[in-house]
Design a protein around this ligand. Structure first.
Ligand code: NAP
Length: 282
């Protein structure tokens, strides 16, 4: 019996259980994947609970991808580079090892031809939290050589910039204050990693104005990593301009599949996971 779960706060929007339960069933693996909504003062208790209950592993989501690190015994190299963990494996001895599967999930959701075109180009990323760390590392690793980070609290972006500069010394990396109207005229890929537009109280809102989206070049990509709703206001603005858009669902599938691979040590059924997720949107 494999016990898996996800920790975060709030967690009402999580679609991970649907995807992972479908995968376990398909693989004939007896197990469960539970939602452990965890307020900040209960983070240590929840981790202890999972260890005592012999969980095989868990996902970490908003807002604990950075905070979780202090509870880990070991951290994978990629996760170390980004300073953010979204998947943890618990060994039989109760040792915790952290991974970052958002990086591969984010980048592999971009069609190969579009990805190849990003080399030497400029990317603009909104937000500087846990997911942004993975997104920025992935983009720089893919050859983007100019990265602008828009943050509502720029001083919080400094530590992310420091990490990125030490790993990607040749790239130009700058921080700007996030405002409703920004000029994106030389951006090849624009990524929203803030929760603005997500299911709940900010659904229907966009982190930037439609006027800002109109400044993007015609061949640029707009990628919103939010997966619920599938089409956010930001993506709607981009589609109005006929830009190529990517929503957060494929990233969710691919990051989840990679995490499952670490937990079950078998090839994950990616198509089954994608199908299960898509069934949530009909
Ligand atoms: P996080 O660590 O809490 O970071 C959120 C970032 O957004 C922070 O930089 C925060 O700024 C900024 N932000 C929050 N509210 C804002 C607002 N109203 N205006 C401007 N900026 C705002 O969260 P996360 O883990 O990075 O997740 C962020 C989003 O990505 C969530 O919607 C999550 O569901 C989604 N996500 C999707 C996938 C996927 O597989 N598709 C994977 C990971 C995450 P401050 O620092 O100023 O608070």
């Amino acid at each position: 019996m494999i016990k898996l779960g996800v920790i975060g706060y709030p967690l009402a929007h999580s679609l991970s259980p649907t995807m992972h339960k479908a995968a376990l069933k398909f693989k004939n693996i007896e197990g469960n994947y539970v939602v452990l909504e965890t307020p900040e003062d209960k983070l240590a208790d929840t981790i202890e609970y999972m260890k005592k209950q012999n969980f095989r592993g868990f996902n970490v989501t908003i807002p604990y991808k950075v905070d979780i690190i202090k509870f880990l015994d070991e951290i994978d190299d990629l996760a170390k580079i980004t300073g953010a963990v979204n998947a943890v494996v618990i060994s039989a001895k109760g040792q915790l090892k952290g991974y970052n599967t958002d990086i591969s999930g984010f980048i592999n959701a971009i069609p190969k031809d579009k990805l190849n075109n990003l080399s030497g180009k400029k990317a603009t990323v909104l937000g500087t939290g846990g997911a942004a760390r993975a997104v920025c590392s992935a983009l720089l690793n893919a050859g983007v050589n100019n990265l602008v980070l828009y943050a509502r609290t720029p001083f919080k972006a400094e530590s992310l910039k420091e990490i990125l500069v030490s790993d990607f010394a040749d790239a130009g990396i700058s921080i700007s204050q996030l405002e409703e109207n920004i000029d994106l005229s030389d951006t090849a890929i624009f990524v929203n990693t803030t929760p603005v537009g997500m299911y709940g109280k900010s659904e229907g809102k966009s982190p930037i104005s439609e006027q800002s989206v109109k400044t993007l070049p015609d061949n640029s990509i707009v990628y919103d990593i939010i997966y619920r709703p599938k089409t956010t206001k930001l993506l709607e603005y981009a589609q109005n301009k006929n830009l190529f858009t990517i929503d957060g669902t494929e990233m969710l599938v691919l990051q989840g599949a990679k995490a499952l691979e670490y937990w079950i040590e078998q090839e994950p059924p990616v198509d089954i996971m994608r199908e299960a997720l898509n069934s949530c949107f009909v």
